[in-house]
Design a protein around this ligand. Structure first.
Ligand code: TYM
Length: 358
């Protein structure tokens, strides 16, 4: 796999300095996912969560369910609570291990909202207006109905990342602009108040940066824009998932070849197939030479069923034991707060806030 962010970031001045014999501290990663849709979709998994699982082995990893971000669009309170647990359960089912990473809920760590305020005050109005996700979402809502929270959403994301001094941020392509904003604001803060924040890099795998809608391969698979047939929800009935794969849009040609521009539908299926099985695209092209799209889709449908069936079962097991789930999240929040509180207190001090006497 080619990783676009494979260069190691320089060691930031404030990273713990290892002694001569001590092992070098691990690079840190941080990422988040919204608990808005209930089930994760295949784009979330292949574009982001799969990398989170791998990175917990090599990095000091912080992953969170971003419920503060979720309320930038209207949420039913009971659904939000249910979906927050459901998101955590899916992350564990996907392979996150609370012994290897810090998994928490964003609203359990109040420092996120506190640092976001400071960063809001460093962000230009025009700069925030240029965020394409805001433009898309507010266009859908109508400018009057879009909240100020939706407008400053990317700045909260900036705070999320900077609080943990993250070196890398594993996400899909649609988040790149928010990471660029994070870098800009971190540099601005450091320039104005003195070195405080690590400048993070996006960690985006080229192959899975953007998984496309199965019915309209010109748009990304997404909970808001995709039609039900174009969207693979990991918690759907496996049979329904198989059906969607089998009726994915391809083209009038019959040749199975990766060509993202001319054959976007087939190329998307090849990407999904290759990522789930580890078989290279060139090998797949050879394997299906002379066979029609039907053969590829039937096999991929089976692969998908094999993937989602245990995923659903594991998710259900975590949901059936909410006490264990909540205690994993409580421990995660405690670990996260220890890091976040230290960064916030440094940032508050640099800005010039008078320390509170206890
Ligand atoms: P969210 O919840 O929309 O999506 C979670 C992750 O899934 C990726 N993704 C995709 N990747 C490839 N192809 C697709 N079709 C696809 N659809 C979604 C997203 O890029 C994302 O990585 N703003 C973020 C959450 C967030 C965050 C953060 C991320 C809040 N704070 C701090 C990183 C660091 C979001 O809404 O992701």
């Amino acid at each position: 796999m080619v990783c676009m962010a494979s260069d190691r970031p320089p060691v930031a001045h404030h990273r713990p300095q290892a002694g001569r014999s001590a092992p070098l501290p691990k690079f840190r990663v941080l990422s988040g996912i919204q608990p808005t849709a209930g089930s994760f979709h295949l784009g979330n998994y292949l574009g982001a969560v799969r990398q989170w699982v791998a990175l917990q082995e090599s990095h000091d990893a912080f992953y969170m369910v971003v419920d503060l971000h979720a309320i930038t669009l209207p949420q039913n309170p009971a659904d939000l609570r249910t979906n927050t647990r459901l998101a955590a359960a899916q992350l564990l089912a996907a392979g996150l291990d609370p012994e290897r990473c810090t998994l928490f809920v964003q609203s359990h760590v109040p420092e996120h909202a506190q640092l976001a305020w400071v960063m809001n005050c460093l962000t230009g109005f025009g700069e925030a207006s240029r965020m394409t996700q805001f433009k898309d979402k507010s266009a859908k809502q109508g400018a009057d109905r879009a909240s100020v929270g939706l407008f400053t959403y990317p700045v909260l994301q900036v705070a999320d990342i900077l609080l943990y001094q993250a070196n890398e941020v594993p996400v899909g392509e649609d988040q790149r602009q928010h990471i660029e904003l994070t870098r800009d604001l971190a540099e601005r803060f450091n320039g104005r108040f003195g070195e405080t924040f690590t400048i993070p890099k996006p960690y985006i795998l080229r192959e899975t940066a953007k998984i496309y809608d199965l019915q309209d391969p010109s748009i990304k698979m997404s909970k808001s824009a995709s039609t039900p047939k174009g969207l693979i929800n990991l918690l759907d009935e496996p049979k329904a998932t198989a059906k969607k794969v089998k009726s994915a849009v391809t083209d009038t040609d019959t040749v199975i070849r990766f060509d993202a521009e001319r054959k976007p539908g087939v190329s998307n299926l090849l990407t999904i197939y290759s990522t789930l099985t580890g078989e290279g695209i060139a090998d797949l092209e050879q394997k299906y030479e002379g066979k029609g799209y039907g053969a590829l889709k039937t096999d991929l449908a089976e692969i998908m069923v094999e993937f989602v069936t245990p995923f659903r079962e594991r998710t259900q097991q975590y949901l059936d034991d909410p006490e264990t789930l909540d205690s994993i999240l409580a421990k995660g929040a405690e670990k996260a707060r220890a890091v976040a509180a230290e960064t916030l207190s440094q940032a508050y001090d640099r800005v010039g806030f008078l320390p509170a006497k206890h």
